[in-house]
Design a binder for this molecule. Structure first.
Ligand SMILES: [Zn+2]
Length: 210
């Protein structure tokens, strides 16, 4: 029997958001209620709150937008690598030990997954680590932080990954997921023209059966 891991963040007003910025909080507005026959809502959601995917267009003018991300790129095998002993920046040395292969979609599981709320000194992928992953030829990188980098003035990590066409998933919750290989289900909403989109990311361990 296949085991499913939902590694997404629930979306609600009190959810952790980057730097606790009020404008990043989602709002669910009731448009009609049962007194009008049916319950209907509108969601106002910042694309970079919660579990989401960044397309190259987030940092690369003329880069690929989220609606051009192919299903084959995001429904595919992936590998969770455990980096729970890393604090601060994930470096090439941390990644070398994991034997990263060309073509892989790597999910970085850090101590972030075991913390609640927005933690200012969250573990992030440094520019050197990003350059290393690009050199290895990875296709995608996910991390259990609301941003894959922090406090890098030129946003080097985003530029390096997205400039090489590497897809980024941010806001993963990987506490329950052991290191290892899984089937990744991470199809973003097809928001035409957008640089990013929310994703409910599920990891499947084992074969699906009817
Ligand atoms: Zn983002």
């Amino acid at each position: 029997m296949a085991k499913f891991y939902d590694v997404s963040m629930p979306i609600h007003t009190a959810m952790p958001v980057y730097k606790n910025r009020e404008e990043n909080r989602p709002h669910l507005e009731v448009i009609r209620d049962f007194s009008q026959g049916a319950f209907e809502t509108r969601l106002n959601l910042y694309m970079h709150s919660g579990t989401h995917m960044d397309a190259p267009y987030h940092f690369v003018p003329g880069g690929k937008k989220i609606d051009a991300v192919a299903l084959e790129e995001v429904i595919r095998p992936c590998r969770v690598v455990g980096l729970s002993r890393v604090s601060g920046e994930i470096t090439p040395r941390d990644l070398e030990a994991k034997g990263v292969q060309a073509g892989e979609f790597i999910l970085l599981k850090t101590s972030n997954s075991f913390q609640e709320g927005f933690v200012p000194d969250f573990v992030f992928l440094g520019a050197d680590g990003a350059r290393y992953l690009v050199e290895q030829g990875v296709k995608g990188v996910g991390i259990d932080a609301l941003s894959i980098e922090r406090d890098q003035p030129g946003h080097d990590t985003h530029h390096l990954l997205l400039g090489a066409g590497v897809i980024i998933i941010e806001g993963l919750r990987l506490a329950e997921v052991p290191e290892g290989s899984y089937m990744l289900l991470a199809a973003p909403l097809v928001v035409v023209g957008a640089e990013a989109a929310p994703v409910r990311v599920v990891l499947v361990d084992g074969r699906l059966e009817s």
